[in-house]
Design a protein around this ligand. Structure first.
Ligand code: C2E
Ligand code: MG
Ligand code: MG
Ligand code: MG
Length: 279
């Protein structure tokens, strides 16, 4: 009986693998075309100050509108882009586009760009960032680069040196999805991050779980003593926002304050129009 269950489970697992391999091939083929056909674009989600809700910046999030399949999640196509190396071209596009759009924001707000750990395998990364800043005229201090701890996981790589180069360009460096990894705390000693983004999994539980609240309080307390700003990810309810404010979180991000939207839908454009009229 146990053997039969085991075999059928294996059969199902194999089927799912095959299906996912086929799906991946489809995504791979179409993604190559998508770059050329300009089907990729960025949406922007506000990041607000916890104390008064004032927008301080936006996170750029990549969107792919497939002509037949409709929207495809970055969670589905970024891994394919990473495996095939297309992430280098896509990453350069994201940097260029985010800097270009943010340079037109009259408010002077920051833009956060996600970097894949695979992008760190290219020695061209720092040059790509520098080129995006130069081409757009965006002051480096208004660019925030979000990395995950996997960038620092490989001690033998020169990723740390690359990260220092990015910081020397004047960009700010944020540690994304904090708390989900294996040894997150050790990375706070290895590199001087400007910001920690507390993973959504803690925020989801924060009102109902003393443990989640205690973890968030520990992260905000530690960050404060290190002089690091915190952002809570995935804030969906006013109750969560209250808890996070109480816990001393600096900035908040989530559907409560706004979903990711195209650049044209941001209030930043109006500000730019007013300035142009006055000039
Ligand atoms: P991330 O960097 O942690 O981005 C936050 C994700 O949470 C986004 O998902 C955002 O839409 C979603 N989110 C924001 N607020 C809420 C909320 O209140 N509730 C819930 N349920 N979700 C919320 P998205 O846009 O699907 O992106 C998923 C991941 O894909 C990102 O996670 C990031 O790791 C990756 N990604 C997105 N754009 C890029 C990119 O340009 N380059 C790279 N390398 N990765 C990207
Ligand atoms: Mg992010
Ligand atoms: Mg995140
Ligand atoms: Mg996340």
């Amino acid at each position: 009986e146990a053997k039969r269950t085991g075999r059928s489970r294996h059969a199902r697992f194999h089927g799912a693998l095959e299906a996912s391999a086929r799906y991946r091939r489809l995504i791979e083929t179409d993604l190559r075309a998508a770059i050329a056909r300009r089907e990729l674009g960025l949406h922007y989600q506000p990041i607000v100050r916890a104390e008064d809700g004032e927008t301080v910046g936006y996170e750029a999030l990549l969107r792919w509108h497939h002509p037949v399949r409709g929207p495809i999640s970055p969670l589905d196509f970024i891994p394919v882009a990473e495996e095939t190396g297309m992430i280098h071209e896509i990453g350069a596009f994201v940097l260029q586009e985010a800097c270009r759009e943010a340079s037109g924001w009259a408010s002077g707000r920051t833009v956060a760009v996600n970097l894949s750990p695979v992008q760190f395998r290219s020695t061209a990364l720092a040059a790509q960032v520098a080129a995006a800043l130069a081409a757009s005229g965006l002051p480096a201090g208004r660019l925030e680069l979000e990395i995950t701890e996997s960038v620092l996981l490989d001690a033998s790589s020169n990723n740390l040196a690359l990260l220092q180069q990015l910081k020397q360009l004047g960009a700010r460096i944020a540690l994304d999805d904090f708390g989900t990894g294996y040894s997150s705390l050790s990375y706070l000693c290895a590199f001087r991050f400007d910001k920690i983004k507390i993973d959504r999994s803690f925020i989801r539980e924060i009102c109902g779980s003393r443990e989640a609240l205690a973890v968030v309080q520990a992260i905000t307390g530690l960050s404060r003593s290190l002089g690091i700003v915190t952002t809570a990810e995935g804030v969906e309810s006013p109750e969560q926002a209250d808890c996070l404010r109480g816990a001393g979180c600096t900035t908040l991000q989530g559907y409560l304050f706004g979903k990711p939207v195209p650049a044209g839908a941001l209030p930043e454009r109006e500000g730019a129009a007013v300035l142009l009229r006055e000039a």
